[in-house]
Design a protein around this ligand. Structure first.
Ligand SMILES: [Ca+2]
Ligand SMILES: [Ca+2]
Length: 345
């Protein structure tokens, strides 16, 4: 990754011109934004404040998660200062930015079409870096250029087993067969994909040590995880991230671990099996404070997710949420995804 400003709009002539055609996010007058500010930004500032741990030490948890302005990338609304999205080589990624924002990007071409900003990805897979500046504040956007994969023709990418994707469930676009993958080996495990999550946290558990390794990651899930994380800290459950027990799964791996479903959101890069493990003992923390680590602690986290779902935050993409108890292989955890409609089981 070499962030060289190959293309840059400074000041905005192109962007200002387009602003009448799509809905810009005006942080001063937009009533939705002011509600967001009240419900999300102010608590975020509170969370940002140093919290006192039982040991008497003070340390900062959960970085402030609001950028001060919103963008939309491939349809996903985000107010985070850092977010990640993907595109195929040579194909456009659709981005909406506030009126008057400026954009700089490491590679690829930026244009305006139909009132929206289009970033045409370069021809080579990899990671590009976009910075959007507005009113002195910045949003950083990781743009993954995917390594192409021909479903049904190839079974693996450079020896990494992918398997085969089924045809889209009920023809929904969120279940479209993936056409490419993020090459994890080509970049850092520790690359931050949103303020409190790293790329490596979502790696599929198959073929340990195999290089290269591929995965999918969707921005709407990152937005949702950050919203839940922020709310968990507000709730008093100190956490600087979630432990992601299972993130992306290839169809090959999903079948290998005994799952018969071919439509799991894990296959599409927007599901995560998570728990809070701030004491880093490898299992869920005692969220309900009863001295035991059990399914009730997972239920407590699902209850928080249900509260958030009820708020109708425009950034919240509905999806699955379910508590699981411990078994021989793992402790309690919560499944969360952004399938587009609420599902509980
Ligand atoms: Ca723990
Ligand atoms: Ca408990």
């Amino acid at each position: 990754m070499a962030p060289i400003a190959a293309w840059c709009v400074t000041g905005a002539s192109a962007l200002v011109k387009s602003a009448g055609n799509f809905r810009p996010f005006d942080t001063r007058t937009d009533p939705i934004y002011s509600e967001l500010f009240k419900f999300l930004l102010l608590p975020a500032i509170a969370v940002f404040a140093e919290l006192t741990t039982p040991g008497g030490q003070t340390r900062q948890v959960s970085e402030v998660s609001e950028a001060g302005f919103e963008i939309r990338v491939n349809g996903t609304l985000s107010a985070l200062p850092l977010i990640s999205a993907s595109g195929m080589p040579g194909e456009p990624v659709e981005i909406e930015v506030p009126q008057g924002a400026s954009i700089s990007v490491s590679a690829g071409e930026v244009s305006e079409e139909g009132g929206k900003i289009l970033w045409r990805a370069p021809d080579s897979p990899g990671l590009e870096d976009m910075t959007i500046t507005h009113n002195g504040q910045q949003v950083h956007l990781n743009l993954f250029v995917l390594t192409p994969f021909r479903n049904g023709v190839e079974d693996a990418l450079n020896g990494y087993r992918i398997g085969k994707y089924a045809q889209p469930l009920r023809n929904m676009s969120s279940y479209a067969v993936p056409r490419g993958f993020i090459d994890l080996t080509a970049m850092s495990e520790d690359l931050r994909v949103s303020p409190n999550f790293k790329l490596g946290q979502f790696r599929c558990k198959q073929q340990p040590g195999h290089e290269p390794t591929y995965l999918l990651l969707r921005p709407e899930m990152l937005v949702k995880l950050e919203i839940i994380l922020e709310a968990a800290n507000e709730r008093g459950w100190e956490a600087d991230t979630f432990f992601v027990m299972s993130g992306y799964r290839t169809p090959f791996y999903n079948a290998a671990i005994g799952n018969t479903t071919t439509s799991s959101r894990h296959l599409y890069g927007d599901a995560a099996d998570i728990y809070i493990d701030q004491d880093r003992d490898g299992q869920m923390d005692d969220l309900d404070g009863n001295g035991r680590i059990e399914k009730a602690d997972a239920y407590a986290l699902v209850a928080l997710i249900d509260d958030l779902a009820a708020k109708k935050d425009p950034r919240w993409v509905p999806g699955g949420g379910s508590a699981y108890g411990a078994n021989a292989a793992h402790g309690p955890f919560v499944h969360v995804d952004t399938r587009g409609y609420k599902a509980r089981w």
